[in-house]
Write a protein that binds this ligand. Structure first.
Ligand SMILES: NC(=O)c1ccc[n+]([C@@H]2O[C@H](COP(=O)([O-])OP(=O)(O)OC[C@H]3O[C@@H](n4cnc5c(N)ncnc54)[C@H](O)[C@@H]3O)[C@@H](O)[C@H]2O)c1
Length: 321
């Protein structure tokens, strides 16, 4: 198959492009290189099954032209990272709603299979954990810009559903929970690359808030496997699936684990949210995925332990700096 990967020079998109080519597909990667980078796809340049197009998902004509050349599209292009969204709220909202609408509409009109990259942010502050695909969205006021990313991805999920009904769009949605691994940048507020970078330099590790908030991390390689399982499985079409890891850990314990595994002398420091983020930030205290839906349909399960994930990120940062 020939596939269009929007956000193909990003963290997950570049790993997905590599894997697709490894298993015999060809890829057109579209990216505006806002948070993605040429470095992420350097290993693919020159490969006859790979083409890179620098451009925006907001360019309707370009999207239509590219979509006409492929058999399917995996839509990962988006503005993300809590910090980036709080700093550039309007630009992010437009990319994450209108940009997705353009890609979804083109796929629907041209009859292409579609993967939508959605997020665990969708569930917001829902205290009932673990989160299943049917869990409610519990989010804060729309006056708090912090929730705009969650809102945008929820709208995207509604749009794919509507095109499924009106145009029989063949789609699957993957709701990624904290996906991490080599190539992820710490520059936009992603916690693990930030912690590991600081630990390697024996610099203080700064925790935002009191550190009792917890997360479950999934290695990008596991996440890519999950996307492939649902995208190529006909029974999965028309459905949304959680994609997440297996070990819940508080952010304080995560910092301690990073320090131990990297043999670091870093100290842990705490910064109140009011100092870490612009006004309008609300924390999600727990976010634990229930991945039984994808597991029972496709047999997928996350393989990487948290320690393996941390060691892999450490190796990447040490070799690339
Ligand atoms: N990494 C995670 O933990 C996580 C969690 C939930 C959801 N997701 C979703 O997965 C997808 C990939 O995220 P990622 O972690 O790889 O982040 P990323 O920032 O590395 O990837 C997003 C890519 O989209 C590109 N992009 C942004 N705006 C664009 C535009 N207007 N036109 C074309 N390209 C544009 C960026 O340059 C970047 O390469 C996103 O849709 C994101 O919302 C990721």
């Amino acid at each position: 198959m020939k596939l269009l990967i929007t956000g193909g020079a990003g963290f997950i998109g570049s790993h997905l492009s590599t894997r697709l080519i490894e298993i015999g597909h060809s890829v057109i990667a579209l990216d505006n290189l806002s948070t993605g980078s040429a470095e992420n796809i350097a290993g693919l340049m020159g490969n006859s099954n790979f083409e890179f197009v620098q451009g925006s998902i907001l360019d309707e004509k370009l999207i239509h032209t590219l979509m006409a050349r492929v058999d399917g599209c995996m839509h990962l292009g988006a503005a993300l990272g809590v910090q980036r969204i709080l700093e550039r709220p309007y630009e992010s909202l437009v990319a994450n709603t209108h940009g997705s609408e353009i890609a979804i509409k083109a796929a629907a009109e041209l009859g292409k299979r579609f993967f939508l990259a959605s997020t665990s942010e969708l569930y917001g502050k829902n205290p009932k954990q673990p989160l299943t695909e049917e869990s409610d969205r519990v989010i804060g006021s729309p006056q708090l810009v912090r929730w705009a990313y969650s809102e945008a991805k929820a709208i995207d999920e509604s749009i794919v559903q509507m095109f499924h009904m009106s145009h029989s769009l063949n789609f699957v949605t993957g709701r990624f929970f904290n996906t991490v691994g080599p190539r992820q940048s710490g520059a936009y507020g992603m916690v693990l690359p930030r912690f590991v970078s600081a630990a390697i330099k024996n610099e203080p590790i700064t925790i935002y808030g009191d550190g009792s908030q917890s997360r479950v991390f999934c290695h990008v390689s596991d996440a890519v496997n999950a996307v492939l399982k649902i995208f190529f499985e006909d029974k999965a079409l028309g459905n949304a699936f959680n994609i997440g890891g297996k070990e819940e850990i508080s952010i304080t314990d995560l910092a301690k684990r990073v320090i131990t595994l990297t043999n670091s002398t870093s100290k842990i420091e705490y910064l109140p949210y009011s100092k870490a983020y612009p006004a309008g930030f609300e924390e999600t205290m727990r976010r634990v995925p229930d991945t039984s839906k994808i597991g029972s349909m496709t047999g997928w399960k996350p393989e990487f332990s948290l320690d393996e994930i941390i060691k892999d990120i450490e190796k990447f940062i040490r070799t690339s700096s």
